[in-house]
Design a protein around this ligand. Structure first.
Ligand SMILES: N[C@@H](CCC(=O)N[C@@H](CS)C(=O)NCC(=O)O)C(=O)O
Length: 212
């Protein structure tokens, strides 16, 4: 399998961590959605990462759909998302909240990258910051210890920890660790695992600076 995208994307990284956790071998094509836009668009018409190219040549897009496929391959005993019942609902709700925050962080970062000073849409920025803050507060409230759902690593941990690493990279002021002690501890715990350590962005996995 070939995973397309840079590890500074929380969506690409959550797929990589999931593949690592399941010990599923893959290679990576670390294309940038900015520097390699034409190549990415040939793989995914939405010009988005991640994409996962399967052994049979089929291309899957969107981290949720990709992880759903990986969970199916891993089987219910190993899947990071429970197959049924309240456990599945709870994990999925945390996953979609964390992934939603990651989307807001991407929007905030790109708004600031593309619109300097006076051109910055202040109301839009304020709305994004509010969405990020209130959603982080909800996640902090719901988060257990040592893992999000107490005693077992799940996709809630993977997605939340990847979202937080990306947030600390792009808008660190949104995550004062003292305000979110449970999330902070859970993410640190995750980052000690090989599955996470082997999916850290390299020095060249960046976003190009704004043109002056
Ligand atoms: N829902 C998608 C979101 C993926 C996403 O937003 N990826 C970003 C990179 S972090 C991207 O490719 N953005 C380019 C664009 O949407 O124009 C997923 O979970 O895979």
């Amino acid at each position: 399998m070939i995973l397309v995208g840079q590890f500074d994307s929380p969506f690409v990284r959550r797929v990589a961590v999931t593949l690592n956790h399941y010990h599923m071998p893959f290679t990576r094509n670390p294309l940038s959605i900015f520097r390699n836009a034409a190549e990415v668009q040939k793989i995914n018409p939405l010009l988005r990462v991640p994409a996962l190219i399967l052994e049979n040549g089929e291309t899957l897009i969107d981290s949720h759909a990709i992880i759903d496929h990986l969970d199916e391959m891993a089987g219910p005993a190993r899947a990071l998302t429970p197959r049924h019942g309240p456990e599945r609902r709870h994990v999925l709700q945390a996953v979609y909240l964390a992934a939603g925050i990651a989307e807001k962080v991407v929007q905030l970062f790109l708004e600031r990258l593309n619109h300097a000073d006076k051109a910055l849409a202040k109301d839009w920025e304020k709305r994004l910051l509010s969405q990020i803050n209130t959603s982080l507060e909800r996640l902090e409230h719901d988060c257990g210890t040592p893992w999000f759902f107490d005693n077992k690593l799940s996709q809630a941990d993977v997605t939340t920890a990847c979202m937080l690493m990306h947030m600390k990279l792009r808008v660190p002021e949104c995550f004062p660790a003292t305000k979110y002690p449970k999330l902070h501890a859970m993410a640190l715990h995750c980052e000690t695992l090989d599955a996470f350590a082997n999916a850290r962005p390299g020095a060249d996995e960046t976003v190009p600076a704004r043109k002056a």
